[in-house]
Design a protein around this ligand. Structure first.
Ligand SMILES: Cc1cc2nc3c(=O)[nH]c(=O)nc-3n(C[C@H](O)[C@H](O)[C@H](O)COP(=O)(O)OP(=O)(O)OC[C@H]3O[C@@H](n4cnc5c(N)ncnc54)[C@H](O)[C@@H]3O)c2cc1C
Length: 408
């Protein structure tokens, strides 16, 4: 039974919207989550077969919101990361042992993550999940937001004090607000699949830079590796049309034999790559989070990891205001969230964009420079530690949830 008025309405039940709903579910707020698809990891497009590398910092947040026990047994830890430039001298590496953490990160498919998140979502009595339903428009009326929802051809109006746009990269809410965006098409797509090498992956992740774009190989369960192969757009159809044997041979030629011969490959999916940044993440009584606020190149596996750190900060700000009896959608509350997150969002987007461009550049002088950079990283004392902390999501002012401390 849905109500007509909520404290908080979240639009979008992808990884980011679902995580925010779970984080705030037992905090006394009245909440609704509106999702366009039936929330089911087997059919909802947000939860497909791509592999997601969860940073160590994301594990802490999942522990604090009670999601980690469902993931613990099904993730594969990343103990080392090996970064190199194909056919050149530069390399560097990060290691969990050197950083004093049990793992640098963990790999899980989006579908398995979806099963755990949606399972937890359905256990939250205080949350109304309205799905399949679509927000078609909203009106920020100053004291509240009126949200028009269409479900099975029936329109309903709901009111809330705070509207959260977690509706993905093509966010209709962001567009209706008229928030300006910065968008860059890389002219590249990621071909994603899983692949089984002859040698054990030994929980090492590989980032290899090639002249057509970066390649990532992440350790998965059952000795498989998740492959993210960045290609120029014009190469994608040709590569997707290859049969299994020809695909394995083409990728082997790109990656080399460090893991022996590649033996088996799964279903291939492709994703066009672009960078998108909203220039504002709050306006009026609306906050924009996850891919709706920033969609990144997957080269460094930071998209969701950045989104869940937004969730941790926003949940803390909302919870603090609600507990103090303040208006959770007021400018003071939302500005505090935006000020907290703006610097890290900018840093991660710029670093990811810089990596994607630098390591797709075939010019000899650029190549020489980046090889020296990788070597410097490897051999200069203290150079790697800040990079590792950033990759694990442990930099900057950490919200309670990111320190593994539950809200309240
Ligand atoms: C190939 C690839 C590899 C990646 N690897 C990694 C990785 O290793 N690590 C990492 O951290 N990130 C990775 N990412 C990024 C990660 O997948 C995204 O950051 C994450 O999925 C974003 O989740 P989201 O909830 O913000 O958006 P989405 O998953 O897009 O969810 C948005 C939801 O909103 C719903 N919706 C939209 N409009 C409406 C509406 N009007 N009304 C109601 N509902 C609506 C949609 O149905 C959808 O369920 C990768 C991305 C790609 C493409």
């Amino acid at each position: 039974m849905t109500k007509a008025t909520y404290d908080l309405i979240i639009v979008g039940g992808g990884m980011v919207g679902a995580s925010l709903a779970i984080a705030l579910a037992d905090r006394g707020l009245s909440m609704a989550l509106i999702e366009a698809h039936t929330p089911d990891a087997d059919t909802q497009p947000s939860y497909d077969d791509r592999a997601i590398a969860l940073a160590f910092g994301t594990r802490r947040i999942f522990e604090a919101i009670g999601v980690w026990p469902g993931l613990d047994k099904i993730v594969e830890p990343i103990l080392d990361i090996h970064v190199s430039d194909r056919g050149h001298f530069g390399f560097t590496g990060l290691s969990a042992a050197e950083e004093g953490v049990p793992a640098l990160g963990y790999v899980v498919t989006a579908r398995e993550l979806g099963r755990v998140l949606l399972g937890r979502l359905h256990q939250q009595g205080a949350l109304d999940v309205i799905a399949p339903a679509r927000v078609v428009r909203f009106d920020d009326q100053g004291a509240q937001v009126r949200v028009e929802v269409e479900s099975n051809g029936v329109m309903t109006s709901l009111d809330c004090r705070l509207l959260i746009a977690a509706d993905g990269g093509n966010s209709a809410i962001r567009e209706q607000l008229g928030v300006p965006i910065q968008r860059w098409q890389y002219g590249q797509s990621a071909v994603v699949t899983n692949i089984t090498p002859a040698k054990a992956h030994a929980n090492v992740a590989y980032e290899r830079f090639t002249d057509s774009g970066p390649v990532a190989l992440l350790p998965m369960t059952e000795q498989r590796c998740a492959l993210v192969w960045t290609l120029r757009d014009e190469q994608v159809d040709e590569v997707l049309a290859l049969d299994d044997g020809a695909f394995l041979a083409a990728f082997q030629q790109r990656f080399g034999y460090r893991l022996g011969r590649f033996r088996r490959v799964g279903r291939r999916l492709s994703y066009p790559l672009s960078l998108l940044r909203a220039r504002e993440s709050v306006r009026g009584r609306v906050a924009i989070i996850g891919n709706a606020a920033h969609t990144l190149h997957p080269i460094a596996g930071q998209g969701f990891n950045l989104g869940i750190r937004d969730v941790a900060a926003l949940a803390e700000v909302i919870d603090g205001a609600f507990a103090a009896g303040r208006d959770i959608g007021s400018p003071a509350v939302l500005d505090a969230y935006e000020r907290w997150r703006v610097q890290e969002q900018r840093n991660v987007a710029l670093a990811t964009d810089g990596l994607a461009r630098l390591f797709s550049n075939p010019l000899r002088i650029v190549r020489a420079g980046r090889n020296l950079g990788l070597l410097a990283m490897e051999f200069l004392p203290g150079a790697k530690h800040p990079l590792a902390r950033a990759a694990m999501g442990l930099n900057g002012r950490q919200p309670r949830l990111a320190r593994g401390v539950p809200l309240g």
